[in-house]
Design a protein around this ligand. Sequence first.
Ligand SMILES: [Zn+2]
Length: 363
Amino acid sequence: MKLKEICWALESWAPLEYQESYDNSRLLYGSANKEISKALVSLDVTQPIVEEAIQKKAELIIAHHPLIFGGLKSLTGKNDAERALILAIQNDIAIYALHTNLDNISSGVNAEIGRRLGIQDGSILAPKKGHLKKLVVFVPTEASQDLSKALWAAGAGELGAYDQCSFRVEGIGSFRGSENSNPTIGSVGKREEVQENRLEFLVESAKLSGVLKAMFKHHPYEEVAHEIYTIENKHQDLGSGMYGNLAAAVPVEEFLEKVKNTFGGVVRYTKPHKEMVQKIAWCGGSGSFLLAQAKSLGADVFLSSDFKYHHFFEADNEILIADIGHYENEQFTIDLIAEHLRKKFPNFAVLLTENSTNPINYL
Ligand SMILES: [Zn+2]
């Protein structure tokens, strides 16, 4: 299989434009036309991970954390990341990273953590703005249904658990074609008035180019009158962190025990402010910036990692903060990526790393 097919399978799931501005999720090394028979999935790319890929004859490493984060002005092997990259280049092993784009989608890192906590239907804790567009297109009334079907098929009009959403209103459109025109209705130089529909669709920004392609293909007019707006609405299925309810309230000690058994490592937590907990908020990776959102939603617990000493005071007897470690809370991301690829390509070999890349040891 070509590397570009694997990239497409990952990017149609976790679009690159959904990554944070500081991130570098993408194909980091390798030719898009390279043939790949086996991929190794890992949280990080380190020298032992590249060595494992060499040993297992995997031509591709798919990692959550990008090996190249900022600009690379030299490549001399001065740190582990550079040595890992040099080793990958010498052995022609491609490297792909999907990081905050996988954090931000509703079927990504946080959905997997939710599943491990026993919460299947988590909602996004901090939904993002700026990723929803409104497409307005004018079309002759009789062509309205066919055009709508084509746009829905391309991903327009999806809203939460609903698809095929649209709005239409009928009116009169007018136009006059110049001598360079070839009008579908009417004739050159003569003003026409046509019964038209104004169609409106909500479109996710990642799907806009595909929707426009379908619009131009299926619209009967030579010139397609249309408008695209960026709207202020938050995207309910895109953003940082998640929250949801356990099936039933459980004693706080029982919940913490389950967290410890599920994720391992060490659980650092603040003084419990209530005996029973049910509403849980969580964020894979470093999520301390979401504490205020978790509190405002009335979550009993906020589970994440990389809290500093002073952050713990901010629980302020209103929420229980549980810091379970960065590696620990993201460790199941590799299962998530592998499962996605195995479903897409049942005959493609996807291996999970057998190496822990956690740089932290506990005594
Ligand atoms: Zn992370």
